[in-house]
Design a protein around this ligand. Structure first.
Ligand code: HEC
Ligand code: HEC
Ligand code: HEC
Length: 120
């Protein structure tokens, strides 16, 4: 009887890990992220997330080598001084958009107001 319960607990743990693990794998993130900034100089940034996943052939590390896959993480890491202000903007967003344009490929905007969208 004791063995049965141990077996049952092991089985339940395995099912739990499988379900939770799967949910994590399937979390491809929101379709459109809003990157919040400190209130002040620039309006927040609206970022079409799914469009980038598609345009970049699901190469998540094109961005997530710099910050983990968590909502609000950019602001959080700037607060913790693990990222400088404008670091993501300059070395990810703008750099890639410029490189893509130079290479004659589909690209994104480089003018301020296209990314820093004033909320209505
Ligand atoms: C072009 C850049 C870029 C690419 C490529 C990218 N992401 Fe993201 N991702 C972001 C940004 C920006 C955020 C928002 C971070 C924040 O809120 O500070 C984000 C947030 C997330 C989040 C957290 C938001 C949520 O809804 O849970 C998940 C999960 C995520 N990404 C998964 C992925 C996966 C999986 C891929 C690859 C298939 C991917 N991302 C590719 C830039 C990117
Ligand atoms: C391709 C999108 C994009 C464009 C174009 C862009 N930005 Fe940004 N900007 C961002 C993102 C994303 C952040 C937040 C992450 C970071 O600080 O790196 C940001 C952050 C900033 C910040 C820091 C604000 C704060 O309080 O943390 C300033 C200032 C800024 N941008 C100014 C500008 C100016 C000025 C222009 C035009 C010359 C511009 N940006 C164009 C995406 C963009
Ligand atoms: C590795 C390359 C890459 C990076 C990094 C990247 N982008 Fe882009 N971005 C693209 C490409 C390619 C397109 C054009 C996609 C298309 O037209 O299918 C695009 C398009 C866009 C657009 C235009 C969407 C529209 O409706 O036309 C915005 C806004 C944008 N990017 C914002 C950002 C922001 C903000 C960041 C940084 C957090 C970022 N991008 C990082 C490659 C990149």
């Amino acid at each position: 009887m004791k063995r049965f319960f141990v077996g049952l607990i092991v089985l339940m743990a395995a099912v739990f890990i499988a379900v939770v693990g799967d949910a994590e794998n399937k979390n491809t993130g929101i379709g459109e992220a809003v990157i919040h900034l400190e209130k002040g100089r620039m309006p927040q940034v609206t970022f079409p997330h799914h469009m980038h996943q598609k345009a970049l052939d699901n190469n998540c590390n094109a961005c997530h080598d710099m910050f983990p896959k968590q909502p609000g993480i950019i602001k959080e890491m700037i607060f913790q001084e693990k990222l400088r202000k404008k670091q993501v903007m300059n070395s990810k967003c703008l750099k890639c958009h410029k490189d893509q344009k130079k290479a004659g490929l589909a690209s994104g905007p480089t003018q301020c107001s296209a990314c820093h969208v004033r909320s209505k």
